[in-house]
Design a protein around this ligand. Structure first.
Ligand SMILES: Nc1ncnc2c1ncn2[C@@H]1O[C@H](COP(=O)(O)OP(=O)(O)OP(=O)(O)O)[C@@H](O)[C@H]1O
Length: 315
């Protein structure tokens, strides 16, 4: 199959503070060098990759054609949504993680090296059936949305919301310290994020928590750019996990964090809860921010029906 593949690149050049742009340059020069047929489309505005991916999947393709996404988790999310809403929702996705957080790349063990990715594609175009999350809002059952990583309400969404809008972000990105903004905002969230009540229904059981700090429904272990919130989760489990953490005090927060990075034993803490299932319903009463694959949904009370779905991933 060597040299016979054809690649269509979907690129978000602003992802990863310039990483995606560099990765695009690198891969196109390799493709030219190796005489591999390729075409590309760049994202001109937030959300455009949904349409570009949908249009790609709606067209007919031969088996040797590959759709390759270059960007971060947000870009992958857009492409996933475009593909799943197309007339050919099984169109395989190849992905070169080149964003800031890259949680899906981390969770799936994908390479971020263009040379390695090209070698993989030249040798094997058999996709793996990976999980993704889907969600619907009751009252709007006709609209289904998808996520590759997670849907979080509370603490993680607060951090993402603050980080995405902070003026400081531009400056810190410019001095290549973009991750510092997350550290600042974690401390900020600890001070300002209140607890809220959450109800979860799954597998015929109901759970109620009065003092949730965050509730995150996840497809794999990571959120927030590498925080292994649920080490046992994986993208081939055919299940989603909803994690609820009740508000710890600062001492407890630090202890939980240390356990989280040391051996994953934070999951045994009495303030840490999770349910694993194919379908999970999450309901909150108070307006809270949510984040889906790192993109913010404005504050509102949420009632969300989650279900595990699948997509074809080229590894
Ligand atoms: N031309 C564009 N101008 C402005 N924003 C864009 C453009 N194209 C895409 N976007 C938006 O860029 C945002 C960030 O992209 P992405 O999430 O891929 O990168 P990242 O945030 O650096 O990485 P990660 O999510 O892995 O941390 C997404 O919300 C996407 O909708």
């Amino acid at each position: 199959m060597d040299n016979k593949i054809k690649i269509h690149l979907l690129v978000n050049e602003i992802a990863g503070n310039g990483n995606a742009k560099k990765a695009f340059k690198k891969i196109t020069s390799l493709l030219i060098k190796e005489n591999i047929d390729f075409s590309f489309q760049k994202s001109n505005y937030a959300g455009e990759l949904i349409n570009l991916a949908k249009e790609y999947a709606n067209r007919k393709h031969s088996d040797n054609e590959v759709l390759l996404v270059i960007g971060g988790d947000g870009s992958l999310n857009e492409v996933l949504n475009g593909i799943k809403r197309s007339t050919c929702p099984d169109t395989p996705i190849s992905y070169l993680p080149s964003g800031t957080g890259n949680d899906f790349g981390r969770a799936s063990g994908l390479t971020n090296k263009p040379e390695k990715l090209l070698d993989n594609l030249k040798n094997n175009l058999t996709p793996k059936r990976a999980d993704c999350g889907s969600f619907k809002f009751p009252g709007h059952p006709q609209n289904t949305y998808y996520f590759a990583n997670n849907f979080g309400i509370g603490f993680d969404a607060y951090v993402v919301q603050r980080s995405n809008k902070a003026k400081l972000k531009k400056f810190l990105n410019a001095i290549k310290s973009g991750k510092l903004i997350y550290a600042f905002n974690v401390i900020n969230a600890l001070k300002n994020q209140d607890t809220f009540s959450v109800d979860i229904q799954s597998k015929g059981k109901s759970f109620h928590y009065d003092d949730a700090y965050f509730v995150t429904t996840t497809n794999h272990p990571y959120f927030g750019g590498g925080i292994p919130i649920l080490p046992e989760a994986n993208i081939y489990s055919r299940k989603l996990d909803t994690v609820v953490v009740e508000k710890p005090n600062l001492r407890k927060f630090i202890k939980l964090f240390l356990h989280l990075f040391k051996d994953g034993s934070h999951i045994n803490d009495p303030q840490f809860h999770y349910v694993e299932a194919e379908k999970i319903h999450v309901k909150t009463q108070r307006p809270e921010f949510a984040q889906v694959d790192g993109e913010v949904i404005p504050k509102r009370p949420f009632g969300v029906n989650f279900a595990v779905k699948h997509f074809n991933l080229l590894i």
